[in-house]
Design a protein. Structure first.
Length: 415
């Protein structure tokens, strides 16, 4: 079957790979100059089953009130007055109810665990090198209240098959000696099976491998619409003309909802802007050997080869991709507070990108009411974590075979 995949981030490229492996003729359309140049480009690098818990949690409404008006708050809402933002925020708050949060967490965790196994197989199959490390993730807490929440989360994860080690006080240094210079650390939770890797390097390498397998990539092509004929998608409308197709897989991240709206399909995927900073490591002994999550600042830190990458903060401001220097420097300051001697801040590289978020947390996978239109989008901060598993399940749906994992809680019809 001739299939067009819209979007060449880590989600689109992995989807193209699995579809091509099934024997389909796959064409990928990307508006940027190459693969992996948007959300996948400079994210935190974590492959994190331990962070599959949705953002919409019972603790968030109170946190929002405490953070209101603080320019460097981990989460900032910039009201725009548009209907999509207002509706998404209302849905997000509804999903903070305890029962909904636990249900959503279960769905996300199942996919994250499945995807990690698929990614391991994919890396073995392709021999891709992307600064990968099976080092685990250590969540660090500097307040007793946050640590109590962290232990509750660790117990939930352990009940669902995720190995967790709860560390008290200086036990944290046994796992990560580089934290010896950090102040006020009251404890931590270590997830030894989690991993890190450069999502951009992986995406670019897998795109090259997919091309060798016959996948066609067209860059600097913007999709402006989907042509519908007799109840099916007959062509993709682009800035370079019409492209006829037998099926479409939409992996356009934060831009997915706009393409579906003219088809009268409402998809509550909204952009949440995040920031990252990348430093060269100048003192390897002071750099972490495991990946870190700073729970006070909502920050993740990964060692990617000879680089240190920190990513975090959230800004709900529509599709604005302007880099706010103050918020970017917040990420750098938090990194230096934990690891003051590891990297060179004078050579810091700042980046910002849009995370495609659903209000409940899990991505949207599989079929739509239009028979030959499929979705793989809305992964939020977990696109790198969930990419391989999502692509495998998407390929199963397109092939009309039983999916390798139940799609309960992940499909479009939940809305």
């Amino acid at each position: 079957m001739k299939i067009v995949v819209i979007g060449a981030g880590v989600i689109g490229v992995t989807s193209a790979w699995y579809l091509a492996r099934d024997g389909h003729q796959v064409t990928v359309l990307e508006r940027r100059t190459g693969p992996g140049l948007e959300t996948s480009f400079a994210n935190g690098g974590q492959i994190s089953t331990s962070h599959a818990m949705p953002w919409s949690s019972p603790a968030v409404p109170g946190q929002l009130l405490r953070w209101f008006g603080r320019p460097r708050a981990p989460l900032k809402l910039r009201l725009r007055g548009d209907r999509e933002q207002f509706a998404w925020c209302l849905r997000f708050l509804r999903e903070c109810l305890p029962a909904r949060h636990l249900r959503n967490a279960t769905h996300s965790l199942r996919l994250a665990l499945f995807s990690r196994g698929e990614l391991d197989q994919l890396r073995q199959e392709t021999a891709i090198r992307n600064d990968h490390a099976e080092c685990g993730i250590l969540s660090v807490f500097t307040s007793e209240r946050d640590f109590d929440r962290g232990r509750d989360t660790a117990n939930f994860l352990a009940d669902h098959g995720v190995r967790q080690e709860i560390l008290l006080g200086e036990e944290v240094l046994r796992v990560e000696p580089a934290l010896g210079g950090a102040e006020n650390v009251v404890g931590g939770v270590y997830s030894p099976d989690d991993q890190v890797g450069d999502a951009y390097l992986f995406t670019a390498a897998l795109a090259a491998a997919a091309q060798r397998r016959g996948v066609r990539f067209y860059h600097q092509v913007r999709v402006t619409g989907l042509q519908r004929t007799a109840g099916r998608i007959s062509a993709v409308v682009t800035t370079k003309g019409l492209l006829k197709t037998e099926a479409v897989v939409l992996c356009a991240g934060s831009y997915s909802a706009a393409l579906l709206r003219p088809l009268e399909l409402e998809l509550p995927v909204y952009p949440v802007k995040g920031y990252s900073v990348t430093l060269p490591i100048v003192n390897p002994a002071a750099a972490p050997k495991v990946s870190l999550s700073d729970e006070a600042h909502k920050l993740v830190i990964s060692r990617l080869g000879n680089r240190l990458r920190a990513a975090g903060t959230a800004e709900i401001a529509g599709h604005d991709t302007t880099l706010n220097r103050r918020r970017a420097e917040t990420v750098l300051d938090a990194l230096l507070a934990l690891l003051p001697k590891a990297g060179d801040p004078a050579r810091a590289e700042f980046w910002t990108g849009l995370r495609p978020m659903t209000p409940d947390g899990p991505p949207v996978l599989g079929a739509t009411p239009i028979p030959n239109l499929f979705l793989n989008t809305g992964h939020g901060t977990l696109g790198w974590t969930m990419a391989a598993g999502s692509a495998r399940l998407l390929a199963d749906v397109v092939a009309s075979r039983p999916p390798a994992l139940s799609l309960d809680g992940l499909t479009f019809d939940r809305y």
